[in-house]
Design a protein around this ligand. Structure first.
Ligand SMILES: CCCCCCCC(=O)SCCNC(=O)CCNC(=O)[C@H](O)C(C)(C)COP(=O)(O)OP(=O)(O)OC[C@H]1O[C@@H](n2cnc3c(N)ncnc32)[C@H](O)[C@@H]1OP(=O)(O)O
Length: 162
């Protein structure tokens, strides 16, 4: 069986703390999709530490939220809000070490909701942290009506979703 090809997703948000392409204080996460799952690779800088050389748990949670969010956005082609998420911290994660993340949908709960999982792995491929979240899905019109994004941002985002 041939593995599905991974393709990079365009970075469309400049300032998001997690995925913003131009945010000098952010994580600058980028994503790839094979149509069934998404993945991301990054090395967390020391400025995001908690204890001494360990990545702060809040930063790991942000990375997991972002991984699940883009998984939901890309695989459902909808705008999303995180309704809730649970995180399990299984192994300490060190700053300055290469990490990989993956995300996938476990259940399409309804037309408007999806359950998504994300994992953070270390260089050995061991899962260091994982999350499960519930995501509410919105059409562009519904999201626009919530006043979260300007009209032109909505259209740029919608064009980059699939
Ligand atoms: C580039 C950017 C990527 C960034 C990714 C970051 C991801 C995030 O962290 S998002 C930020 C954190 N999350 C939030 O701020 C969400 C705040 N919470 C909320 O707005 C609400 O609680 C929300 C929308 C999640 C759930 O709303 P609530 O009414 O409690 O939902 P719920 O009772 O479960 O569902 C009610 C129904 O109304 C729908 N609904 C809720 N609000 C709306 C709305 N404004 N418009 C349309 N439908 C809505 C739900 O989909 C659901 O539909 P159905 O009955 O068919 O299942």
């Amino acid at each position: 069986m041939t593995e599905r090809q991974w393709k990079p997703l365009a970075g469309v948000d400049r300032d998001c703390f997690a995925c913003g392409t131009e945010n000098p204080h952010g994580l600058k996460m980028r994503f790839e999709s094979n149509g069934e799952q998404l993945r991301s690779f990054l090395t967390v800088r020391p400025r995001f530490r908690g204890w001494s050389n360990l990545v702060h748990g809040g930063i790991l949670s942000t990375m997991l939220d972002e991984m699940m969010s883009w998984t939901a956005i890309h695989l459902t082609e909808r705008f999303i809000l995180t309704k809730g998420m649970n995180v399990a911290f299984k192994k300490p994660v060190r700053v300055g070490t290469p990490l990989s993340l993956n995300g996938y949908i476990t259940e399409r709960l309804s037309e408007r909701k999806a359950r998504v999982v994300a994992e953070i792995r270390d260089e050995e491929g061991e899962v260091c942290a994982s999350s499960e979240g519930e995501f509410v899905l919105f059409t562009m019109e519904e999201f626009g009506a919530m006043g979260i994004m300007a009209e032109e941002e909505l259209e740029t985002m919608a064009a980059a979703m699939g």
